[in-house]
Design a protein around this ligand. Structure first.
Ligand code: ADP
Ligand code: ZN
Length: 753
């Protein structure tokens, strides 16, 4: 497995840092240290005399010529060295950081994730210490304290300062005091010189204020109250308990889990809220603030390093009580975690498919079990896995079947595209266009949903049939007309949209095939030239900042028609949105993924759920070529129960998750032959055991990505089979990994491409 994950320079400190440290005393004993490298276990290091480390201590150690950040681990290091070994023969730890050690709970969690995902433990541990600059305490800030007395000369400005500081006799920062008193810094400095103030050192201000569980009194009743009480009872019971809040969009699920958070805060424990796409849900943070009087700490990749460091530090020291974050927040080393909420638990964004392949929803349950505290999963369309856990009694399910207040669910209808075809060159049926017209006449908003970025998913030459393909991947280049580019959505390769066909040279004969959101926007503008339209898609210029502003603009009614990808589907509350049109409801149904039906059902429910959240009458129209498909029927009948029952039955018959287990291996190499040979070798090395079988190798549907040829093996096992043992044996007994060959192991895969 080694070599499948690249080294990351962010772990490597400038060697200068290590060199300038004072000489440590002679080594006294040996400890195992996990280093951020793709190796199977810990390395041994000597502890210099006078240095104090314990399991969980974050340290800096040499690896070859470099210095890396590692974590002192439990047990003995397994590079053949026992603690009895002569410490003088080992390289010493360079430095121990002044930060609380990772708790036993956290270390057990890291070991567990490593064993389950078959990822090197050092790479899992690395996810817990992502912010190296936070490893030492933040420096104190200089402040001023009033010592009494009067300056020689009392100017009006000086009086202002003195009045203020006598009223609020606490230490101030120099600039804070100047600002609050409305005077210049020189006034403050003058008073300091005269001995009216003395300099003191203050703890740096916290990154977020402390949330107050009773900031606003709970205002819940009826089914919400009942649901909250059940969950709070499980918190009071102490220990691990998993609950599932299954409630339609707008039923008030958030309000219910806020009560669970309040209860946990009253018990003095920290809370983690996992959310998909947290970077875009600023409305969530505001709502949290309205309820608790302070914002939660945020954790996602769009934060500045400075804020991330502060949040990390606050989490470790216990100063930050609540974090709302993306999946990576699960690896934050909380000091005293007492509750995890996984909102939109069905969301595919919880699966990481890079380096360490893990599902944050599943690993969150593991973390709660190891920490022996409760977890609450939340969804309007729970995953089949969680439904089954609910049915078997492993999770306590609470239901919220209706929307809060007088808001009703949207009226949903299918548009049979065979009977109501769009005009030539268009993608919107006359039925949908009429509905849009009526909606904007009423000064309400329409959302058109299409989960495809760009203008057209495929471009070809009308004369010779040439198709534009990525030079490094087996995928078509997607035209992005706003940027005048054709792009690969696998690897990001792009080129200017050509005018002539590179194959036959004909000018101006390239045709766009199929729609992306940009093309739908063009069609909308043709039909509704006076309407204000906004296209929302993650690739548009301006990044997260612009998207946040646009989401706000939509919520404020500054757009009539919104055309968007799944970005707009998640968690937003648009008060005027009364029509949701799904441009291509069939899009996700035929991609060979065993979860295709479930996924489509979830996405369509979620998108149509954007409509009518404030009581206005609302509609959802789904364009489809397969109106009889069970997913379409489930959506319009509103009978989610029947749909899930069937899905569960089919999974059970086929022994698919959660009734069976899957793992996928992707073997990639610079040449097709190398990848295929290695994949065949692995297959041949598979142990013969009952209950586990190997499918493949077969060329992956995405046969080429970034110039690497890919073959897939799918391992299928019964529910209680030892999948990890099987895979380890297969790789150990398999061919030696040579040259450019890499293996990616994905336990519980969600992607089959
Ligand atoms: P969900 O999370 O199930 O989609 P929300 O919690 O967002 O639902 O609630 C939907 C809307 O109803 C929100 O605007 C929310 O402010 C409002 N709401 C829910 N519960 C209450 C309550 N108990 N009191 C007042 N407003 C509520
Ligand atoms: Zn590509």
């Amino acid at each position: 497995m080694s070599g499948r994950m690249g080294k990351d320079s962010s772990d490597i400190l400038p060697s200068l840092f290590g060199d300038t440290l004072p000489e440590a005393g002679p080594p006294t004993h040996v400890v195992p240290v996990l280093v951020p490298l793709p190796v199977a276990g810990a390395y041994s290091y000597a502890v210099p005399d006078g240095m104090h480390v314990a399991p969980g201590s974050v340290v800096q150690v040499p690896v070859g010529p470099r210095q890396v950040i590692g974590v002192v681990w439990d047990g003995t290091s397994d590079d053949g060295v026992s603690p009895k070994l002569d410490p003088k023969k080992l390289r010493p730890i360079t430095l121990a950081f002044d930060c609380p050690p990772l708790s036993k709970e956290m270390r057990d969690f890291i070991d567990w994730v490593s064993a389950y995902t078959l990822s090197p433990p050092g790479l899992v541990a690395r996810m817990a210490i992502r912010a190296p600059a936070a490893l030492d305490p933040e420096p104190m800030v200089e402040g001023l304290r009033y010592v009494g007395g009067q300056p020689e000369r009392l100017t009006p400005a000086r009086s202002k300062v003195l009045d203020l500081i006598r009223e609020q006799d606490v230490p101030w920062t120099r600039s804070g005091l100047a600002n609050a008193a409305g005077v210049s810094l020189s006034v403050i400095d003058g008073l300091t010189q005269q001995g009216v103030f003395e300099t003191v050192f203050l703890a740096p201000p916290p990154v977020v204020a402390t949330p107050d569980p009773d900031f606003v009194a709970p205002r819940i009743e009826g089914p919400q109250k009942q649901a909250a009480e059940e969950i709070i009872a499980s918190i009071r019971g102490g220990g691990f308990a998993a609950s599932l809040i299954d409630g339609v969009t707008g039923s008030g699920k958030t309000e219910v889990y806020f009560e669970a958070i309040a209860e946990t805060l009253r018990r003095g424990k920290q809370v983690l809220i996992l959310l998909p796409e947290i970077a875009l849900t600023s409305s969530f943070l505001e709502r949290f603030e309205q309820r608790f009087g302070a914002k939660p700490g945020e954790w996602h990749s769009d934060l500045s390093p400075r804020i991330r460091e502060k949040v990390w530090r606050g989490v470790v020291t216990g100063d930050v009580q609540v974090v709302a974050g993306a999946r990576s927040a699960l690896f934050l080393p909380f000091e005293n975690l007492g509750l995890i909420i996984v909102d939109e638990e069905h969301d595919p964004a919880y699966k990481q498919e890079d380096r360490v392949f893990y599902n944050a929803r599943d690993m969150a349950v593991v973390r709660a079990r190891i920490g022996d505290f409760p977890i609450v999963l939340v969804s309007a369309t729970p995953s089949v896995e969680s439904q089954v856990n609910g049915l078997s009694g492993r999770y306590n399910t609470v239901h919220l079947p209706t929307r809060f207040g007088d808001a009703a669910m949207p009226d949903l209808h299918l548009i049979d595209m065979r009977r109501h075809p769009p005009e030539r060159g268009g993608f919107l049926s006359p039925v949908l266009l009429r509905a849009i017209a009526k909606t904007i006449e009423r000064k309400e908003q329409a959302l058109l949903f299409l989960n495809r970025r760009g203008y057209a998913p495929l471009t070809l030459c009308r004369v010779c049939g040439h198709r534009f393909q990525c030079p490094q991947c087996s995928s078509w280049l997607v035209e992005h007309r706003f940027k005048s580019q054709i792009q690969c959505h696998q690897c990001g390769y792009s080129e200017r949209t050509p005018e002539a066909c590179p194959e036959c040279g004909t000018l101006d004969h390239l045709v766009a095939c199929g729609p992306g959101v940009e093309r739908i926007a063009e069609e909308v503008e043709r039909h509704f030239p006076d309407a204000r339209t906004i296209v929302m898609s993650s690739d548009l210029l301006g990044g997260v900042k612009r998207m946040r502003l646009e989401l706000e603009a939509i919520a404020n009614g500054e757009a009539d028609i919104v055309i968007g990808t799944q970005l707009v589907a998640k968690g937003h509350n648009f008060p005027l949105m009364t029509l949701v049109g799904i441009v291509d409801s069939d899009l996700g149904l035929s991609n060979g993924d065993p979860r295709a039906a479930e996924r489509t059902f979830q996405l369509l429910s979620q998108v149509t759920g954007r409509a009518g959240r404030t009581g206005l009458k609302s509609h959802g129209l789904l364009q489809t070529f397969q109106p009889q498909h069970p997913v379409m029927q489930a959506i319009i009948s509103g009978d989610a129960g029947a749909f899930y029952e069937r899905e569960i039955e089919e999974r059970q018959k086929a022994i698919l998750p959660p009734f069976g287990r899957l793992a996928s291996l992707i073997v990639s190499a610079d040449t097709r032959a190398d990848a295929e040979t290695h994949a065949r070798g692995l297959r041949a090395a598979a142990p013969k055991v009952t209950g586990i079988s190997v499918l493949g190798p077969a060329e992956a549907p995405l046969a080429l990505v970034r110039g690497r040829h890919r073959f897939r093996l799918l391992v299928h096992g019964r529910r209680n089979s030892d999948m990890q043992g099987f895979l380890r044996a297969m790789i150990e007994n398999g061919p030696k990994q040579r040259g450019s060959v890499q293996i990616q192991l994905d336990i519980d895969p969600q992607s089959f491409l």
